[in-house]
Design a binder for this molecule. Structure first.
Ligand code: PLP
Length: 396
């Protein structure tokens, strides 16, 4: 018999995962080249050669008792120092090893920080559309998700509504930029205003409100658009990073939390987060991958293939008359459904073996998400089928 708390999760098992299974079924039936599966954010660019080389070198040369052994719950000290220095070089921050906690990807980083700071009944504000797992993560600690509705004009966070959603019970705000599912990058202007509101509200309520920056797509930014580094704008910022997308390592489960010294009672916060990492059951992030990351810390993300896909898909779909949010980062394109019921639109697309995720899976109905981390050929071959789909809606 499963716990009551699990029952809603079983009932609403992630639509994206269900679609992933459906994609595999269709590929078996029709052949992979005839299925246009835009459902899952699984990188299509292989991990760089330096990752394989680092793995081989480490397993052949390191003391296996160290390489595969337990270490501090926060991770290997030398690895954390290497990452801290890399961040300092790139973003003019002042991190040390003590500010970093290696985690089992961004999902775990979010769980660790929420476990560290959220008391039952406290609120965590998120901006729709958002990665729906946030709701599950917040409920893991009996927190309450408070949603800010989308600004469908710009898909920047709706700051006018945001200010009114912060209460004495607000413990944290989660932002994600570059953004899943829209591909939008929050502008510096937006970040400055968001941080101004947070500073004002902390004063008003005499509370500490953390800004949690969920950054698995930081490296995936196009056209030279800058992604502001949020600890520089607001002291109570905690960054959750992941190598899942930037180095194409989602199955390896490696990322980190960065907690700056400027954060309120940072020493206690960092100690508590390292303990949360342990008692969440992760104990520590995978040891071999930590060492691999240290060796490849300045490896650039190969964004060219995604950029090529982005341009081809955006251009192809807009030429067909679909209304799309122009992606600036990540590898997602958010498209307006031609009918209010976007699930019906996704169903119609499935006839042509096109798989897209309904916007309601991101608390934003009326839109669909296409993950363009697929082969370029998939994009090009999908366009004639999208043309048929567009034709259906033109006929009304
Ligand atoms: N946050 C967002 C916005 C994501 O899109 C994802 C994964 O797709 C995650 C967090 C989780 O990433 P990870 O694989 O590092 O746990």
């Amino acid at each position: 018999m499963i716990a009551e708390k699990m029952k809603p999760f079983v009932r609403n098992n992630s639509a994206i995962r269900v679609m992933f299974e459906e994609g595999n079924r269709l590929k078996k039936l029709y052949g992979a080249e005839n299925v246009f599966d835009f459902s899952l954010g699984n990188p299509s660019v292989p991990a760089p050669d330096s990752i394989r080389e680092a793995i081989l070198e480490l397993v052949n040369s390191e003391d296996p008792l160290v390489l595969h052994g337990y270490m501090s719950n926060a991770g290997f000290e030398d690895v954390r120092e290497t990452i801290a220095q890399s961040l300092n070089r790139r973003f003019q921050t002042s991190f040390h090893a003590r500010n970093l906690i290696m985690t089992v990807g961004a999902g775990s980083a979010l769980n660790v920080i929420l476990k560290t700071i959220v008391n039952p009944g406290e609120e965590v504000v998120v901006f729709a559309p958002y990665f729906l797992e946030y709701g599950a993560y917040i409920r893991n600690y009996d927190g309450i998700l408070v949603e800010v509705s989308p600004d469908t004009r710009t898909f920047q966070p709706n700051l006018a509504e945001f200010a009114g959603k912060i209460t004495a019970k607000t413990r944290a705000v989660i932002v994600n930029t570059p953004h899943n599912p829209t591909g939008i990058i929050y502008s510096e202007e937006t970040i400055i205003e968001l941080c101004r509101i947070l500073t004002e509200k902390q004063k008003e309520f005499g509370s500490v409100i953390y800004l949690i920056s969920d950054e698995p797509y930081r490296e995936l930014a196009y056209d030279g658009v800058q992604v502001p580094f949020l600890t520089k704008y607001y002291a109570n910022t905690v960054v959750g990073y992941s190598y899942s997308k930037s180095l194409s390592l989602p199955g390896e489960r490696i990322g980190y939390l960065a907690i700056p010294d400027e954060a309120d009672q940072s020493e206690e916060l960092i100690t508590a987060a390292a303990i949360a990492n342990r008692i969440s059951g992760c104990v520590n992030a995978p040891s071999l991958m930590q060492k691999v990351i240290a060796k490849c810390v300045d490896e650039a993300c190969d964004v060219e293939a995604y950029d090529r896909n982005r341009k081809a898909l955006y251009q192809g779909l807009t030429e067909l008359g679909f209304e799309c949010v122009r992606p600036q980062g990540a590898f997602y394109l958010f498209m307006k459904s031609p009918v209010p019921d976007e699930k019906a639109f996704c169903e119609a697309a499935r006839k042509y073996n096109i798989l897209m995720v309904p916007g309601s899976s991101f608390a934003c109905p009326g839109y669909v998400r296409l993950a363009y981390c697929v082969s370029y050929d998939t994009i090009i071959h999908s366009l004639p089928w999208f043309a048929k789909l567009a034709e259906e809606y033109r006929k009304g």
